[in-house]
Design a protein around this ligand. Sequence first.
Ligand code: PEP
Length: 250
Amino acid sequence: MARKPLIAGNWKMHGSRAHTASFADAVAAQPLPDGIDALICPPFVHLADLVARLAGTGVQVGGQNVCDKGGPGAYTGEVSAGMLADCGATHAIVGHSERRALYGEDDDVVSEKFALARDAGLVPVLCVGETLAEREADQTENVLRRQLGTVLGDHGVAAFADVVLAYEPVWAIGTGHTATPAQAQAVHAFLRAQIAAEDATIASALRIVYGGSVKPDNAADLLACEDVDGGLVGGASLEADSFLALCRAN
Ligand code: PEP
């Protein structure tokens, strides 16, 4: 089935008000190519501003994380999925490997965040991926089966009807070591098969995007793979020209 590719930018803890304004001005000046969805996930403090500035461009805005409590409540420093939706976010990244590794988010926490994002009307961008040690120990499929399986087991396959799954090998994120198209395709096909084992229709509609050192010069080869339905992009999404080049790479 034809799936519309998604190019999603993850700004991580980068940016400023001036950067947000100049990025949005540059995007507004160049129409998005047809046949692609585009999303930027800025730091929370810039989210509402970016929503306002990108209105009418077709580029959607998402959060990089959501609180693992629904709230509202006494959770100092946290931002709920509902708050993101209220500010105009359409998506939220959950389970990014930096959250898993640096902030101790385990599969159960990620699964809870996935549910809270959906409950708030956001599309979760659920990240899974193995470390280099796990790949070298031939554990890639076991790790992915566990990460995906927790969410699937908790919420059922129907919860994957309007979701983005992101395969992000940890060894490729921010390292310049992009997975080869063959490596990405093999894992994406494996992930789709996990969903297809429960529901073939949902599996064939599910967008599975690749993340890990995607750049304008390697995006086309990755996007050409049958089961690669776009990219989740860190560094190369920060500048508008580079982000737009990725959107044109399809
Ligand atoms: C990411 O932030 O999810 C990511 C894939 O980063 P980069 O594109 O910089 O490797």
